[in-house]
Design a protein around this ligand. Sequence first.
Ligand code: HEM
Length: 366
Amino acid sequence: MRSLSIPVFSFLLVMLLGVVAPANGSPHSPGPDAMKRKHGDGGGGGDGDDGGSGSGIPTVDGAKNAVCKPWYAIRDAIMGGIYHGRCGDPARAAVRLAFHDAGTFSLALQAAGRPNGGADGSMLVDPNEVLRPDNNGLQNIVSLLKPLPAQFNVSPGDVLHLAGVLGVLACPGGPAIKTYIGRKAPKNIAPDGLLPNTNSPVKVLTDRFADMGFSIRELMALIGAHTAGKQRFVNLARAQSPFDSTVNIWDVRFYSETQSSSVAAGTFRLPSDVNFSHNATTQKDYNRFVGKQDNWGREYADAHEKMSLLGVDKSTLTDCTEILPQSIDLKDLSVSSSNSGKQPTDPVIDPVKLEAAIQKYRSIWL
Ligand code: HEM
């Protein structure tokens, strides 16, 4: 957390942005709906006391569960100290990290009583796991998160999976995902060779996710996380290319652009994502999310929650969703939101409204 002058400065900035009106003269601050929604309808998570700041960020003073109290400061260390309140490279890397930590889980290995992976934080503990080629690009976020478990005397799995949830929320449009605390230290070295390869056939990929416990529908929701992603190692000549044209927001444009017959300028499409969008076994579930922000927000949140609990006994955990900031709702930020005609598949977001919303709802971390 920064000093108290930051929110005051942010407030003044929002006021200033409100004065510099866009061509249509609409106000820039997001409507009240941006703060009201809760998990399950694509909106925010925390419904606790926000200290009266109106920023939608619950404070420890309003904590409901004593177990969750230390997690307000850990939330701030990640959202402020690492993400600076924004959907930048550390936030997107943390979402991928959450998948790479959990995605080594295998029902088949579990049934055979063999060493297994899962959402245990092993990526923060085993110095070799992050060096595997599958995990290229995750070294930086691992080194940023690694000190936190010792610093706050908590488990690496809880830190890593909170970081994944906050990575989604750092991206405007990202839904709140139920957040649990109490994972134990990792038991095994995560098995190698279980993370998906973008060049594998669709059947190989859907089978691998089935072995993690995911349906095709859940997989189609999860790969939407690429909405906020970039590639660095699939095509070195095009490193840093985003997967859609709106990489700093958590929208469904990824689904329509990946399926389109033409490639959006400056973007890079993963072969596996393009295949999912057309394959006979995946296309129906893929299409559920084309142009459907609310559907996707709900289903993504549920699938990500499940991912964050792979191989973990949920009955031993405490629900600390109360610590999460409100989600930033994109509906209130669209340039077309005031038009009465048919809504476009992918509404265009007004950059000035977007920045005003970030200044308002992420103020203490910027
Ligand atoms: C079939 C399944 C998947 C495949 C084949 C796949 C593959 C990839 C590849 C190749 C990259 C680019 C890495 C690089 O070159 O830097 C990437 C990035 C990313 N993936 Fe996936 N992925 C899959 C599923 C997922 C899931 C389930 C999630 C999370 C829920 C996820 C989140 C991300 C994110 C956020 C990035 C961007 C990371 C960044 O920009 O730093 N992916 N993925």
